[in-house]
Ligand binder design. Sequence first.
Ligand code: FAD
Length: 487
Amino acid sequence: MQTIDRTAIVRDLQLAVGPGNCIFEPSDLRTYECDGLAGTRVRPAAVVLPSDTAQVAAAVRVARRHGMPIVPRGAGTGLSGGALPVEGCLLVVLSRMNRILEVDFENLRMRVQPGVINLDVTRAIAAEGYYYAPDPSSQSVCSIGGNIAENSGGAHCLKYGFTVNHVVAVTVVLADGEIFELGSPASDALGYDLVAAVVGSEGLVGIVTEAVVRILRTPELTRTFFATFPSTDEAGNCVSAIVAAGIVPAAVEMMDTLAIEAIVKATGVDWPLDVGAALLLDVDGTAAEVEHTAAAAVEIAKNAGALDVRMPKDAAERALMWKGRKSAFAAMGRISPNYYVQDGVIPRSEISRVLREIAELSAREGLRVANVFHAGDGNLHPLVLYDARVAGEEHRAEFVGGEILKICVRYGGSITGEHGVGTDKAIYMGEIFNDADLESMNYVRCAFDPTRVFNPGKVFPTPRLCGDIPGAYAPHASERHGLADRG
Ligand SMILES: Cc1cc2nc3c(=O)[nH]c(=O)nc-3n(C[C@H](O)[C@H](O)[C@H](O)COP(=O)(O)OP(=O)(O)OC[C@H]3O[C@@H](n4cnc5c(N)ncnc54)[C@H](O)[C@@H]3O)c2cc1C
């Protein structure tokens, strides 16, 4: 292990990014101790807030020289502990790299820095009739860099695809400070699609310092409707029936009774409380197409047992409906002192069965679970409600969260739909992948970052170095020579 020379680190980082872009004071560093997974906290050794790619590269070189692990961070809204600092790390915060660099309407492309807030991409082009499709519920606060690292989804990803479908090129700073351009603003770049290897890599392969994203024309018309059902069974079957009829709604979101109660209390929407589930749907496209498909979808909802189907009377009411849905996580505060957000994915056809199993689990463990999720993608977000003041409840909530993931896997799904693995879910990777799978993934990571300097200890269930063979622990050659250690 290298000895830490704090004075030299401070000097070198200040030279790399400028003194005004560095944080070393323990009280100031506290701001960066966690991301959205607020229960786990680690104070970074230092924080830098670079303003361009060259500064990121310079900071990475300093960290390497001083043997510091590096953790990238965007807006810190991640829910799986991806931006959680690791002991002694340099936290590279991209929030000051928030400029839109170029808009190319003709080719439907936009070049942005990673700290640009998701919604600001759309705001910058909305007046011209364009938008950026991936819309996480956190879109007013999360960054494009974080979206890329997590391959974020959102309500409208059912029709338009996840972040990976909307990023065509990236600039990445690698572990030795080299600046690497991947992909191309033109369609179908030659060679392996390494942009797709970076999207969803959870900050483990390098730091994204620029991205070219795809923008779309705002659809001519969007019809929204809100339908209530006696239970999540009918609502789940309705989603499957709509898709089976060949309709691809722009969004289909489901909320169960508890979620509706919290949303009503928090936002003032006038949704009924005596229902078992509700769906919020958007159908978009050309006016003629939308009128036809919206009418067909409403008919299917009625046939599936909808109690009531409402259309917003104007844009303000539609915005309020969507505000209700997008505020759902925060709204849990109205019905519970604490909650644990889970994120799993299942085949759409299994929604009703899986929700029933979750309800049984919730009854067995004595903890309420609210469900609000991207039903069209089968991407569940069970919110396990608990009271941290009651001894042991927090651990029970985590246990219930883990059991929910196992249910998802049992039904042919996965341990994360969009929030990532990070720190939180690394222990569940073995539910899906065997040692050989993990080893293959590790080789991909090592092709970018052979010494595992970026985000060590995340995603992979047991720390591995390049060339490690799964099995009993044995020190790797680089450990024996003091070049690396396991976080
Ligand atoms: C209320 C709420 C609702 C949410 N709803 C959704 C949703 O609907 N869909 C969804 O997908 N997510 C959702 N999220 C989760 C979160 O907002 C997303 O994961 C988002 O993409 C994180 O962006 P961020 O800028 O906050 O990234 P951070 O939390 O700062 O970082 C996330 C990960 O990205 C890495 N990273 C960040 N920037 C870079 C970079 N420039 N280069 C390399 N790695 C980087 C970090 O190391 C970390 O691993 C929600 C979160 C909250 C709090």
